[in-house]
Design a protein around this ligand. Structure first.
Ligand SMILES: C[S@@+](CC[C@H](N)C(=O)[O-])C[C@H]1O[C@@H](n2cnc3c(N)ncnc32)[C@H](O)[C@@H]1O
Length: 371
């Protein structure tokens, strides 16, 4: 077991830097005072940082540690640290210093935390992104006049692949409905900002075939996978956690089809599994940023190669700064709002590709606006 005392000085320094930055910038931007506090505390305690010492470099991140900690707490909700988590606290009063509780938890569960940090990557599945993705796919289907075969790359547990089974409600800033689709099993609500109401009359999109391609797909019927998904949701994001639970419950009886593979290397073979008579839509939601820059270019080449065999559209829901969208739509960026995403469409036809900005959205789908 790696002890704090034999933490490599270089690794330790890198971890301290990452935890301080997370405490000062990332946790406040995404809205977790608890994680900001725990990260600041962890940066001062090598015994806590040591949990990550043997994880692959890309997983040596505060979010990995906190997901592992949350996973352990979901199994041991009586632990004093759990009293700081709104969904686990019950009527307990939290202690005055969560960092002390975190250090105790690390001492008690060191091996388990290290195992989780070393084997799992942080993987969320935000079903509310469907408020931007579903109308985009519906618009493609309406324009091509054919039903859709949907291939999601980086689907995690595949909850977005079921977007035609959800109901959609768009509200104005006062909470009044400005657009509603027929009720689905799960009703998703989003506030319309920065633009128009998405084309709700086209919802739900006609999807006749679907598949997800992920390096590490999560199985909605597997207890450990489901707990990990829940553990990756930040503690103050209680609405997200409730929505995730509802979407998982709905998916359990009809799990989305997922295959294990790489979105670059296995794109074409996965597309070949889908109904050839339907129009192919490739969806990526907050998964492109996991590809190194060179691989993103390669991904676009693979899309172009695939499009020579069958026309296709890409629907993207990504961070507004990510390549190529940052360069394609620079005039549409809204400052440096960390939670500002874009909904874009790239149509691949006969050797040509046309990129269109369809809308913008909060990265978790809390608000949306059509261009
Ligand atoms: C943040 S999750 C997004 C999940 C889902 N699209 C959503 O919007 O909720 C990113 C997913 O991309 C997957 N991923 C990362 N690199 C990948 C690759 N090269 N090929 C396939 N999937 C990948 C990860 O395993 C993870 O499940």
């Amino acid at each position: 077991m790696t002890q704090a005392s034999d933490l490599d000085p270089e690794v330790r320094e890198r971890l301290v830097r990452r935890f301080r930055r997370f405490a000062d910038e990332e946790a406040p931007a995404v809205g977790s005072p608890l994680y900001a506090r725990l990260a600041a505390g962890a940066s001062r305690h090598p015994d806590v940082l040591a949990v990550l010492a043997e994880a692959p470099e890309r997983q040596q991140r505060p979010t990995t540690l906190f997901a592992a900690v949350h996973d352990v707490l979901l199994r041991d909700p009586q632990h004093p640290l759990a009293a700081h988590y709104p969904r686990l606290a019950g009527d307990r009063e939290p202690s005055s210093d969560p960092v002390d509780d975190l250090r105790d938890l690390v001492r008690e569960h060191h091996d388990e935390l290290r195992r989780l940090a070393g084997t799992r990557g942080t993987q969320t599945n935000e079903v509310l992104r469907a408020v931007g993705v579903a109308p985009a796919i519906a618009q493609v289907a309406a324009e091509v006049g054919r039903p859709v075969a949907l291939l999601e790359v980086g689907p995690s547990a595949g909850l977005l692949l079921r977007l035609d089974r959800y109901g959609y409600r768009y509200v104005d800033l006062d909470g009044r409905a400005v657009g509603e689709s027929p009720a689905g099993g799960l009703r998703l609500t989003s506030e319309v900002r920065h633009g128009d109401v998405p084309p709700v009359h086209l919802l739900p999109p006609p999807i006749v075939d679907r598949v997800g391609l992920d390096l590490a797909p999560l199985d909605v019927t597997d207890e450990d996978d489901v707990r990990w998904l829940r553990a990756c949701v930040w503690p103050e994001h209680t609405g997200r956690a409730e929505r995730l639970d509802a979407a998982l419950a709905a998916a359990r009886d009809d799990p989305p089809p997922l295959v294990t593979g790489d979105m670059v290397d296995d794109l074409a073979a996965t597309a070949d599994r889908l109904d050839p008579d339907a129009h192919l839509v490739v969806l990526h939601g907050v998964s492109l940023m996991y590809l190194p820059a060179g691989r993103r270019e390669r991904f676009r080449q693979r899309l172009a190669e695939l499009a020579r065999r069958r026309p296709l559209d890409v629907v993207a829901f990504e961070d507004h700064r990510i390549e190529p969208y940052g360069e394609l739509f620079p005039a549409d960026l809204a400052g440096d709002d960390a939670m500002h995403g874009i909904v874009a469409r790239s149509s691949y036809r006969a050797g040509e590709v046309t990129h269109t900005l369809l809308g913008r959205a909060h990265m978790h789908g809390r608000w949306v606006g059509w261009a």
